[in-house]
Design a protein around this ligand. Structure first.
Ligand SMILES: [Zn+2]
Length: 311
């Protein structure tokens, strides 16, 4: 499923084709995605200029300027797009031939010399509009926490949100009201990097650990964006290529292997403990961790004891 780095990669790739461009023609082939695609949306988009592409959590926002003749079409309009489980875009050159949609193509937009096509086999994606003054008030965004890569995610606020919660730190990282866009892969990787066990109750984290975890979340997300995201199953970049970050997973999907830190320690000192990345299921999602580097408590001497009991 596309997470924040994959959506950001898609957004950055689409920008040159859409931003500042006039929408010549829109065809919508499917009415029912995650929600119904609004009536006449294609018609209302045509003739408008796309002023800006941005992202909130895993939603893409295309801000449109007015441009057509009717008074109605001068009102601000934003197109909200979510890739769901398998949504992806592709760009084709406009070749003078009539466009023939492929299976699972739901929307085609002609902009200048290009056709931008939204395809979603599993139909959990979303195409909707918002016509209010400030897109932040759109109901999709109202209850969302801060963006992890922005200054809006502050250390004090994050620490306060965790300090009275018995919920595991892994669950808190996935809670979109606390901070948005950190999916399962990146929560696992950030907890490993910070040396924090995924089952630790949020309130047990010391201030310095929360600080380190925030830094690790940001580092993991930035590294993933630099690698154009991760491909597990469906995600493809607009070019059709897969992302590259799955080659850099340290614990995610590496059950039974040793983690990079322990492997390095073994090379330097063969007497150092053997590592075996463990997998447990937390709230229906897999958690992968190294029981040596990510202790449940700082006093747990025997790696695996606590975790095997809880698993
Ligand atoms: Zn390890």
């Amino acid at each position: 499923m596309p997470e924040l780095p994959e959506v950001e990669t898609t957004l950055q790739t689409l920008k040159p084709y859409l931003e500042g461009k006039l929408i010549d023609r829109v065809e919508i082939y499917t009415k029912k995605l995650r929600v119904m695609v609004p009536e006449n949306l294609g018609h209302r988009m045509e003739g408008r200029k796309i002023s800006r592409l941005s992202r909130r959590a895993k939603y893409m926002i295309w801000a449109l300027e007015g441009g057509a003749e009717t008074v109605e079409s001068f009102s601000p309009l934003a197109i909200i797009i979510h890739l769901g489980m398998s949504g992806r875009f592709r760009v084709e050159a406009k070749d003078g031939q009539a466009f023939q949609p492929l299976k699972h193509d739901h929307m085609m937009i002609e902009c200048g010399d290009s056709r931008i096509i939204f395809n979603d086999a599993r139909r959990f994606g979303l195409i909707d509009d918002y016509a209010g003054e400030s897109v932040e008030n759109c109901h999709y965004f109202k209850h969302l926490g801060p963006e992890p890569l922005s200054d809006a995610w502050g250390l004090g606020t994050f620490f306060d949100a965790l300090k009275s919660r018995q919920t595991s730190i892994k669950q808190m990282l996935l809670d979109q009201k606390i901070v948005v866009g950190i999916g399962n892969i990146y929560a696992n990787e950030a907890l490993y990097m910070a040396g924090i066990h995924p089952l630790r109750p949020a309130k047990s984290l010391e201030f310095y650990e929360v600080k380190s975890l925030m830094e690790c979340v940001r580092a993991v997300l930035r590294a993933a964006i630099a690698q154009s995201g991760s491909t597990l199953r469906d995600y493809r970049r607009i070019s059709g290529e897969i992302g590259g970050f799955q080659e850099h997973f340290q614990v995610y999907d590496r059950e039974g292997k040793s983690c990079p830190a322990c492997e390095k320690a073994q090379k330097n000192n063969p007497d150092s403990p053997h590592c075996c990345v463990q997998r447990i299921v937390q709230n229906g999602r897999s958690s992968f961790f190294c029981a040596i580097k990510q202790r449940y408590t700082r006093n747990t001497e025997l790696p695996g004891v606590v975790t095997s009991r809880l698993a």
